[in-house]
Design a protein around this ligand. Structure first.
Ligand SMILES: [Zn+2]
Length: 190
């Protein structure tokens, strides 16, 4: 058995499990945080521990939050007549960065009865008038939109989608900010 640096190997293996990190980068990161700048390394370890133990999902919209209800849902200055449907909490962060939208969000995660019920509740609570789909364009998203519209047809809602400038099959976090802002401000009917 090889002696000595199994702890280093473990660290490399941890980095390698992260999305988009290959063997070479994993080695570089492990070397950096354990030897080049161990202060940053410890900071990183603490930040990860904090984030993992304190971050949860907002009970209303599914966003990442430190509280039961996220800052967006709790913010009375947001336009409550708008609700924007996204596929993941990550997409929500991308849209928030663009600062072009001031309504509420709802994270779909998976499309099932439970999620639909939660969404219906949010719409009732907020008196929503427009539902905006901000999904990755594609066959799958067309199906999701049809399904959701059908499930919400007893409400008096306007449905729109952000689409212009966003290529089919490209996830929101790979779309440049300008295209995203254009897509949100010139959204169209479904
Ligand atoms: Zn929320």
């Amino acid at each position: 058995m090889r002696q000595g640096i199994s702890k280093f190997d473990d660290l490399v293996a941890c980095f390698e499990k992260l999305p988009g990190v290959g063997k070479k980068s994993a080695l570089k990161y492990a070397y950096h945080v354990s030897l080049v700048d161990s202060f940053s390394g410890l900071n990183l370890a603490h930040s990860i521990e904090d984030a993992v133990s304190f971050l949860k999902r907002c009970q209303k919209c599914g966003a990442l939050s430190e509280n039961e209800i996220c800052d967006i849902c709790a913010d009375l200055d947001r336009d409550r007549s708008l609700i924007c449907l996204v596929e993941s909490p990550k997409d929500l962060l991308v849209l928030e960065q663009s600062k072009v939208y001031n309504g509420l969000y709802f994270v779909l995660d998976d499309v099932n009865n439970e999620i639909v019920e939660k969404l219906r509740l949010a719409i009732k609570e907020n008196g929503t008038s427009e539902v905006i789909f901000a999904l990755t364009p594609g066959i799958n998203s067309d199906g999701i939109m049809l399904y959701i519209e059908d499930k919400l047809q007893d409400f008096n809602l306007h449905f729109s989608k952000i689409a212009q400038g966003i290529p089919t099959g490209v996830s929101l976090d790979n779309v440049d900010m300008l295209s995203l802002m254009k897509a949100m401000s010139s959204r169209m009917d479904t």
